[in-house]
Design a protein around this ligand. Structure first.
Ligand code: GLG
Length: 833
């Protein structure tokens, strides 16, 4: 039985669920106790920060017990476990998510209300854990949530960066980067584990020794040791099923680090080296989809992989002693992109040099343990490390990489393509040239049991365009696992109104089985449900309008169409295509201010890599154009453009539930999957996008007629690219020419002519590498379709509801089950209390 649809007056953050009074009382008492005895303050004196800390302490009481139960269950069952190695985990805030997963949110809200506090305000005290750049890091965070929820034995391993992704400020329209010290006042979720500290060797040289039997062996004499200190962050599964561990390594100096220097009397030098050791986990490299190519970055990668492998080995040996025959049967390691590739030679080294296995035994284990996920085809993201850096930092690993390469080229490659040196040079781990380089992706593919892309189209391109020769050699190695996002954070926690609607129509288990939401389709034609759905959206827009006002000072009308593009700033994501369209709309409004268009608010959020000049210019252009438009009375408020500073997970949670249009406009073939596209659809936004990445699978589910698809397809892009001339499009389209030329004037930047010219230069003189001009006309036409549909409230509501209802397959639980069944061969374990 379904409750009457129209009755509720649900706001964005309130639920009407009845809350158990006894639980509220108990929670209240715990919070007050922690306020006094853990934090050392009292309800009358406590700051918001103190209240938040007391709430966390209360929640932690629940979490740590379940954590022990989970670990004991896994240790006892001793089945295979996955170890997810990732240089990034973009966790965001944990309080609301943990309360939600423990089904304590309503209890906590009521308890705080009785203290006269608003839970949302208290939770605003929590800094985001921004230990990632974008999609790749956020995917790892969603996967941890799903691994815990689906009860798979797992550990996430990463780096305990002291500074996460920079905080973005906008000054005079320009991005300014500020450090992000997320732990300045400590992080109450994490626990340091001194009993699991690791010492990691680095640098030095390799000595060749001849064993008594005449065989050669290598002995590594490292020049320094770095200490790895583990910090554990518990990840609570939904309904508290199990608690997974995210273990992040912090670097410290050891006494051995500067032993020689110190003994030689170099006190000052020794101190300098100490700070070098501590530098390793100091900051996250702020590049999304571009390699940094810096010595420190390779050191970071090696550091966390070496710590993690020792941790894995230590735990394995606890139950299996020195018998490694079961290793691959018990341990699966997933490489999140090429960043942790160095774990491959490190496992070989540990097994051969420290555990005494033969090369063949070590290779047999290693090649059954690792799997690799590719997240991008962009050539600038494929990591290649100069051989000389390896010689300096990891000489023994380099030797092992050479050995792996030699056996690969003279084994399977020679067998398949006898005497073919051209193919050998393509497939080699080593790139020859003036500076010889190690190709990390090749090492991953050669070693891994499975290689996957992150959406169907992307996996196809990985196989056919990126690694075609490898695919011929090992066709079955390549597979697809389409990305997903956790519905706990991305619906249940961030859109309580919609969550309640789903509780009413689909029952309360939909967060564990998102396919259940499909029943909403049945109500998509019913007016009362349409009204309820759109009322939820409207409330979310009212809340966002308030945030926009606070952050930018700009007033926006919640009745306008909210058109949103939030993601890293990159040319391939084409924020500048969006900007050109906005300019053309503005131009047409100036020409005819009375035309009957739907009022629109264009909302952007994006960080640019600090060294990516054109990306920063695009941010400036959006702000400059926005400033002009927002203050132009002639257009009667029909158009607003806002750039929300410091886009991050916690801001996404406010923006996504309030979007009408989700801009997913990458050049086809460049966005591997995208994941915000899924979050937007789930929350009832319509996609205005290209046939790229997971957009293709989204419209497969929700129907192309319920979204606005435009632009060249992957095949058309591949076909056009070699003969593409942006001038043809520029000269043929008056409107396009006018807006591109507008960038060259000082209309948007009074007194600074040419301030936006770099964008025009890239589009015309630099060949428009991402085909912005080629897709402009089609993009404009898609916007016109969106405008038209928005005017028909019933049709719009129906399309939005169908989008939201059909996103079941994009739950990260589905992704994780795909990995577990097809790649890791894991079994889900019931945790015993
Ligand atoms: C990426 C891609 C995204 C993808 C994400 C997670 O650019 O398209 O959705 O990883 O797989 N390199 C990335 O950040």
């Amino acid at each position: 039985p379904v409750k009457a649809a129209a009755k509720t007056s649900t706001s964005a953050t309130q639920t009407t669920a009845t809350v158990d009074k006894a639980q509220v009382k108990a929670f209240k008492e715990q919070v007050e106790k922690h306020l006094r005895t853990t934090i050392g303050t009292s309800p009358v004196k406590a700051s918001k920060l103190a209240w938040w800390q007391a709430v966390v302490a209360t929640v932690n009481e629940d979490i740590f017990g379940r954590l022990t139960d989970t670990q004991q269950t896994h240790a006892k069952n001793d089945t295979r476990a996955v170890h997810y190695l990732s240089a990034e985990f973009l966790m965001g805030r944990l309080t609301i998510n943990n309360l939600t997963n423990l089904e304590k949110f309503d209890v906590a809200r009521e308890a705080l209300k009785e203290f006269g506090l608003d839970i949302n305000e208290i939770c605003e005290e929590e800094p985001d854990m921004a230990l990632g750049n974008g999609g790749l890091g956020r995917l790892a965070a969603c996967f941890m949530d799903s691994l815990a929820t689906c009860n798979y034995p797992c550990v996430g391993y990463g780096i305990h960066y002291e500074n996460g992704l920079f905080r973005q400020e906008i000054r005079a329209g320009k991005q300014v980067e500020r450090p992000d010290s997320w732990r300045e006042y400590g992080c109450p979720w994490e626990a340091c584990r001194p009993e699991s500290v690791q010492n990691i060797p680095l640098g030095g040289y390799v000595e060749k020794q001849t064993a008594p039997d005449g065989s050669q062996c290598s002995v590594w004499h490292p020049s320094s040791m770095i200490k790895g200190v583990p910090w554990d962050i518990p990840v609570v599964g939904y309904r508290g099923s199990s608690v997974a561990i995210l273990r992040l390594w912090e670097s410290r100096s050891t006494e051995q680090f500067n032993w020689d220097v110190f003994n030689a009397g170099g006190y000052v030098d020794a101190q300098a080296e100490k700070s070098l050791a501590e530098t390793i986990s100091k900051v996250l490299y702020p590049n999304d989809s571009t390699e940094a190519g810096k010595e420190l970055r390779l050191t970071q990668q090696y550091f966390f992989c070496a710590c993690s492998l020792r941790d894995i080995l230590r735990r394995y040996k606890r139950s299996h002693h020195n018998d490694f025959s079961e290793f691959a049967a018990k341990i699966a390691i997933q490489l999140n992109d090429t960043h942790p590739t160095i774990a491959i030679p490190e496992l070989m080294r540990l097994l051969i040099d420290e555990e005494g296995l033969s090369y063949d035994q070590a290779w047999d284990i290693t090649s059954k343990t690792f799997n690799y996920t590719n997240h991008t085809l962009l050539p600038e993201a494929l990591e290649k490390w100069p051989v000389y850096i390896f010689e300096k930092l990891l000489p023994r690993h380099l030797e092992l990489i050479y050995e792996i390469n030699f056996r690969f080229l003279n084994g399977p490659v020679e067998a398949k393509w006898p005497g073919n040196n051209e193919i050998k040079s393509r497939l080699s781990i080593i790139e020859e040239g003036e500076v010889r380089k190690v190709r990390m992706a090749n090492l991953c593919v050669i070693t891994s049991e499975h290689v996957n892309g992150v959406a169907k189209i992307h996996s196809k391109l990985v196989k056919e365009n990126l690694f075609p020769d490898y695919a011929q050699l090992w066709p079955n190695k390549f597979c697809n696992v389409t990305n997903g996002v956790t519905p706990r954070r991305w619906i249940l926690s961030c859109n309580r109104g919609l969550a309640e609607l789903y509780n009413d129509v689909a029952g309360k288990d939909w967060p564990l089985d998102l396919d259940k939401c499909e029943v909403l389709k049945k109500y998509a034609d019913k007016k009362e449900y349409q009204d309820r759905f759109m009322k939820i959206k409207h409330d979310n827009k009212v809340a966002l309008a308030k945030t926009i006002k606070e952050l930018t000072g700009v007033e926006v009308d919640p009745n306008a169409m909210f058109d949103v593009q939030v993601k890293r700033l990159h040319e391939y994501k084409r924020q500048h295509l969006n900007l050109l369209y906005i300019m053309s709309l503005y131009k047409s409004l100036l020409e005819d201010p009375d035309q009957d268009i739907v009022p629109q608010v264009f909302i952007f959020g994006a960080k640019a890599a600090p060294a990516y000049t054109l990306a920063k210019d695009i941010i400036f252009a959006i702000n400059a154009v926005g400033e002009k438009i927002n203050n132009d009375l002639r257009i009667k408020g029909k158009l607003k453009v806002v750039f929300l500073p410091n886009y991050r997970v916690s801001l996404a949670e406010k923006i996504i539930p309030a979007a009408d249009i989700s801009e997913q406009i990458s050049t086809a073939g460049y966005e591997a999957s995208g994941t915000s596209n899924m979050k937007f659809s789930m929350n009832g936004a319509l996609t205005l996008g290209t046939m790229d990445g997971a957009n293709i699978e989204i419209v497969e589910q929700a129907g192309i007629e319920n979204n606005f698809i435009f632009g060249l397809s992957v095949d058309e892009v591949l076909e056009l690219k070699p003969r593409y001339n942006p001038w043809d499009y520029y000269n043929a389209d008056h409107d396009l020419k006018a807006v591109v030329d507008w960038l060259d004037s000082d209309f948007f930047t009074p007194g600074q002519p040419g301030a936006l010219s770099s964008i025009k230069t890239s589009l015309l003189n630099n060949g428009d590498p991402f085909l912005v001009l080629a897709d402009f006309a089609s993009y404009k036409e898609a916007h016109q379709r969106a405008q038209k549909l928005f005017k028909d409230k019933a049709k719009w509501a129906r399309a939005a509801m169908i989008n939201s209802a059909t996103m079941g397959i994009f739950s990260s639980d589905r992704s994780i089950r795909d990995y577990a069944e097809n790649i890791w061969t894991l079994r889900s374990q019931i945790v015993k209390k």
